[in-house]
Design a protein around this ligand. Sequence first.
Ligand code: R5P
Length: 289
Amino acid sequence: MIVFGLSAGHLAGSIALHLKAKLGKVESKHFPDGELYIRFLESLEGREVVLVQSTHPAPDKKLVELFFAGRTAKELGAKKVIGVVPYLCYMRQDKRFNEGECVSNKMMAFLLNHCIDKIVTVDPHLHRVKSLAELFHIEWRTVSANNKIAEYIAKKFKQDSFIIGPDIESTQWANEIANKIGFKSGIFLKTRNSSRNVSLKEDKKIEVKGKRVIIVDDIVSSGHTMLETIKQLKRKGAKSIDCICIHGIFAENCYEKILKAKAKIVSCNTIRHKSNGIDVSEEIANSIN
Ligand code: R5P
C-alpha cells in the first residue's frame, strides 16, 4: 500500500504512519493558465494506492484533482485506488430545492464513482440521503469522529457541563457523544430561512443557567447556526460556551465572529484550520485497514 497526499492531503503523513505504509511523492501544481498538472513520482503497478484529499477550500478544484489522480493511478496499473476524503463536499445539496437546480451531491458522486474504487470519509452530511450507498456504487466507508470528540470533551470538561446540538440532524453527534461520556444534552429546533439566516426555537426544557455549555455540530459553514445557538445560550445564562465541529469550513470570517461572540471553537482536522484540535487520522487509518 502506498499513500499520497494531494493538495488538501494534510492527513496523508499521519495516515501513512498509522498504516505503516509508504508515503509516496506526487507532484500536483497548476500551469500559469490554471490548468492542473499531476505526476506520480513512484511506481504504482500492482499496488493499493491511497489518495488523501479533503475537499475544502475550493471544492471543485479539489474534486478535479482527485479525479485526475484517481484515473491516472488506474492507468498506471494500481490494483486498487482508495480515495480518503476526510471532508466530502456537496453533501448538503441533496435535493432539487427549486425547479431547474442541479442536485450537486449526485454530480460529486458521479465523478468519484468514476475515478476511485473505494471512498473513505468522515461523518458525511447525511440528511435526505440516508447512506452513501444511495450515491456510490464503489465501496464506501464512513468514519465517525464521535469517539475522538467524546474523549476530548471528557478530558477538558467536568461532567456537569451540558452538550447542545443546534438542530435535529445534530442529534447523531450531540446526543451520542453525551451518552458515551454520561453528560446531559439537549437539542434545539432550527429553521433555515436562507443560507445566511437561521432561527432557533426557544426551548424551556434546556436549562443551562450557570453551566458550561458545549455546542456540537458536524459542519460550521457560514457560522450562522453556531452564532444563533450561542445567542440563545447566552440568553439562557450559560456560564461559558465552547463549540466543537467536525468540519470547519468557516466561510465569510465566521471563525472570528464566533470568537467575537465570546465562545471558543475547536474543530476536527478533516479540513486544515487553526482551530484543529481533534485528530481523526487514526480512526481514518483504522477504517482503511
Ligand atoms: C446542517 O444541518 C448542518 O448540520 C450544519 O448545522 C450546517 O451545515 C451549518 O451551516 P452554517 O454554518 O452555514 O449555519
